[in-house]
Design a protein around this ligand. Sequence first.
Ligand code: ATP
Ligand code: MG
Length: 469
Amino acid sequence: MRGPSRFLKLPIKWKLTLWSSLLLFLVFIGYNSFQYFFVEKWMFNNEQQVVQQTMREFLNYALEKEQSFEGEDLAELRSFLEKINQRNQMIRILDEEGNPIVVVSENFQDIPLPALPPVQSIRTQTQEVRDDLLIMSSPLTIFQFNGTVMILKNMKEFEQLSGALFQVMAIGCLTAVIISGLGGRLLARQLLRPLQSMNETMSNVRQKGFHERVQFHDNQDEIATLMKMFNKMMDQVERSFLQQRQFVEDASHELRTPIAIIEGHLGMLRRWGKNDPAVLEESLQTSIQELARLKGLVQELLALTRAEHVEIEEDVALRDPDRAICHMIKKFAMIQPTFTIEQELAPLAGEILAISEEHLEQVLLILLDNAVKYSGESRRICVRAKVQENVVCMEIIDEGIGIPEQDLPYVLDRLYRVDKARNSGESGHGLGLGLAIAKRLLARYNGSITIQSVEQKGTTVTVFVPLRQ
Ligand code: ATP
Ligand code: MG
């Protein structure tokens, strides 16, 4: 059990190296053994054929010539044998007792002959390998002559050749293992380099901050995609980190102002206000106003945080949205009796919205509140609904002061107000959180919000809410 677990603990570059060399090694071993086995067999067959050929030639000759194995015939026989003999080969003609009559050899190195089989035992053609010798024997019977032909092939050269072949292949195998090991290392290094650089970037991010990015060569492969994703993710993290910081700065600034005002008035009261009813009255009035503002700010900040973490039920459904919205508008109109709110909600009849009634009301109130607050001279507001494929879009249209074009992209941000001076008047103290809350709430329900506006002409806020399928 310890072996495999130790392998699993190895760094990935070693695993890659080991696997690739092991695989290559096995392939090489397999291929080389196969090749060695066949080449050796082929060479041996060749040697055998040479011996058989010699034997056949001699037997044909002997049968044709019908020679006696004596005197002059012997000399002729010898010269014939020398002619057909091959390298590393010895031909022996033996008489009945096993005494050599003719022996010819060519390049047959001196090796002590092993104990050869007694000629009497040779009844048929036989062939055997013994002590580096390939021995082929055949009985020879012509007229009165009873003898034996023996062809001995010295296999030393063959052994040397096949030994050399084996060595070459073994060295080849070893070299292959070394090269594949090195190649595997190189491959692993090459493959892991992007991860290495990602690793470095991450540790840089930890030490220096979010602006570090991975440097990579964009060749459209999987690793490059991963790097791109990582960089994109880092962009997002950095952006949300900066937003968060901005928000904390803005929020603390917003909170500081009313606190400073209250502090100033309380100080003034302690010094002179106690005996001056006019100062007392004014300071108390201002302090209460600022406290109310603080309370509102804290409440809205809480609402914003809640909007981000709203728990949504799986099967949330608002049936008869036209009636529900109509009811909400009626409630709102009661506290704004000077305004006329037109409604075109008929297209919503029978639809089911994927949002809770409570949250839709919260969004509508935020938008109606803005429409009233920034209405200018106009006293008309229109709420209109349309159904598009699988969303409902609701427009809240006013004819108020509008939003300057350069501010439009930011009004959905937290604590953003257009020209703070203009809404500090009687129209009320905006905190710049209403739209941010609406946007977050809608996002939780997969909805969205867009704003079109022309300064001094009016504003149309469009809310998209998904329909329940
Ligand atoms: P509150 O948090 O009380 O709603 P607010 O109304 O200032 O404060 P938002 O509702 O988020 O904050 O609106 C942001 C800004 O966008 C406002 O300060 C206002 O200048 C501008 N704005 C929003 N709605 C309208 C509108 N219907 N017409 C003109 N300006 C608008
Ligand atoms: Mg508002």
